[in-house]
Write a new protein. Sequence first.
Length: 211
Amino acid sequence: MKLILLGPPGAGKGTQAEILSKRLGIDTISTGVMLRTAIREKTELGKLAQSYMNEGKLVPDEVVVGIVKERLQQEDCKKGFILDGFPRTTAQAQALTETGIEIDKVLSLEVSDETIIERLSGRRECKECGTPYHVVYKPSSKGDVCDVCGGKLIQRADDNEETVRNRIKVYHDQTEPIKEYYQKTGKLVIAYGKEELEETTKEVAHALGLE
């Protein structure tokens, strides 16, 4: 299956992508992971991406499209893939179509704005090893240091509440119109994010016809 996952930041796309990847035996292509890796390694792309992400803005199309095109040309993508975090604009969706890559389904994971704000503003990660935490859902047993390596837990600049609200607005303004683009092709399906992970996973499986 060649699948696109849509949804606002913090909707749980990454978690569902991981579950689907194991179930379907295909790789997840996450532009967010690729960008954060570049930021940690302080590459030129990473420095450029950091300046946009810190303000809650989208990384420019030409940067993201280049990354994704290169990745989809690799051998492991021939049997299928899950795109998480791309496309983010109708222009990117059109650019993907123009590459000639056929998409089977586009899943939109729907979650309320207030739920997203709670989820994202509570996220923390280890400054040293990158292990993720959450002050409510997955706190470290050692307080503000990492259970794994003892490193200091930090909040990413793009997870403070003001920036999160801006990211949500950007999603509604720039990314949500993609749903209409794919709805016209008959490939759009919708799943509603639930409080419990298992319930969300069932919703996703049902929407994709995997039950």
